[in-house]
Design a protein around this ligand. Structure first.
Ligand code: HEM
Length: 361
């Protein structure tokens, strides 16, 4: 079937968009310009139209965009309460390595088979934003060989498939106002490749937890140092909690820059945060993920990607009867070295929300 005979496969906010040959990870903050919030709100509500406009020029390239909104501006932009777990990325401090918390109000995860479509879509959108936003970071990722990261390992194999995918990524009845949306965590990592390459293949495989050439899983260590694969596996009461990753290599050989852009989508934010705690603090504490000795987290931000319908409705006129619920939260937060999640599986984020909202959702 040719693209011209197909219906338009353009779905905004499709967390499960196909793995793409190229991607742009654009992190923005809302500026202090007069009317900035209104401009950002109307631009976000029109993302679906801009997407259709550009994607239609080559349907085979499957242009997609997922918009995420951060906790700092959520209230002002959406005029409503926060999704139950949404908060600013908490800095994770381990003995040797730290996952920093960096600014980010809006995330655009733009994916396509063709770089020009990503470029054009980003250009049109930034035109609409104008001076209402400031670009904090723009990272252009590329697909490397058979879905390998720049450390040489196939990255993404354990992602959920079939029904497990929406189950792991999309909020459901537990937070009905935000059903169909997804928490998103991004971190930009850089690698000292020369030091990584100085390791033997066996040493690298022990760090990752899979063989390099054939991508076969190694057994979990019974005790002592655990691999990246084991530390990032979250099992609670016998249930494994998955997330969806669409990491991408980025960099510039000319500038000696080599990196992995980590992006994780999850139905429950605490799952990704527990992965980070196990990686940076270690399990047991002190035995951190050895991947971090070769991967430095330069950024860290949390967003919530609402459903397409929610995003589009942000362009509607405000309901004069609705309570005005702008929410201001600190730009950074730090977790203690040994954070614990409450028994209900949440991170106890009620304290970041206005008192009158805590009992209502
Ligand atoms: C420098 C950054 C990173 C690199 C290069 C990297 C690379 C990899 C590789 C090669 C695998 C094994 C194959 C696979 O299943 O995908 C893997 C697995 C995984 N990684 Fe990472 N990763 C990075 C950061 C992270 C972070 C920050 C998280 C979560 C917060 C994470 C979560 C996972 C999970 C959940 C798995 C699958 C574990 C399983 O087998 O069930 N990774 N990663």
């Amino acid at each position: 079937m040719t693209s011209s005979s197909r219906r338009v496969p353009i779905e905004p906010q499709a967390v499960d968009a196909p793995l793409s040959g190229t991607a742009v990870f654009l992190v923005l903050t809302v500026s202090d310009a007069v009317g900035a919030v209104d401009t950002v709100r109307s631009t976000l509500a029109s993302v679906a139209d801009v997407l259709k406009n550009v994607a239609f020029r080559d349907l085979d390239a499957a242009l997609s965009c997922t918009v995420g909104i951060g906790a700092r501006v959520w209230g002002e932009l959406t005029r409503g309460p926060l999704p139950s777990e949404l908060h600013v990325f908490p800095t994770v401090v381990g003995d040797r390595h730290t996952a920093p918390s960096t600014p980010g109000d809006v995330l655009l995860h733009i994916r396509a088979a063709r770089r020009d479509l990503c470029f054009e879509f980003e250009r049109q959108l930034l035109d609409l934003f104008g001076d209402a936003v400031e670009v904090v970071d723009e990272t252009v990722g590329f697909r490397s060989f058979d879905v390998r990261d720049l450390l040489g390992f196939v990255d993404g194999t354990a992602n959920p498939v079939g029904q497990d995918l929406p189950d792991a990524t999309l909020v459901g009845d537990e937070d009905p106002a935000f059903a169909g949306g997804s928490y998103v965590v991004v971190q930009k990592y850089t690698h000292p490749l020369d030091r990584w390459r100085a390791l033997t293949t066996e040493q690298q495989e022990a760090i990752i937890g899979r063989t390099k050439a054939e991508n076969i899983e190694l057994d979990d260590a019974e005790s002592g140092q655990k691999s990246h694969k084991t530390l990032s596996t979250i099992v609670v009461d016998g249930t494994e909690h998955d997330i969806l990753r669409d990491n991408m290599p980025f960099g510039s050989p000319a500038h000696g820059e080599f990196g992995t852009y980590f992006i994780g989508y999850a139905r429950r934010l605490w799952v990704i945060e527990r992965m980070l705690q196990r990686m940076f603090i270690g399990d047991p504490p002190g035995l951190h993920d050895r991947l971090l000795d070769f991967s430095t987290a330069e950024t860290g931000s949390v967003f919530f990607a609402p459903s397409a319908a929610f995003l589009e409705a942000m362009g509607d006129d405000p309901d004069p009867a609705a309570p005005d619920a702008p929410t201001t939260v600190p730009t950074t937060a730090t977790t203690p070295a040994t954070p614990t999640a409450p028994a209900d599986g949440s991170l106890g984020l009620g304290s970041l929300r206005p008192a009158d909202e805590r009992t209502t959702s």
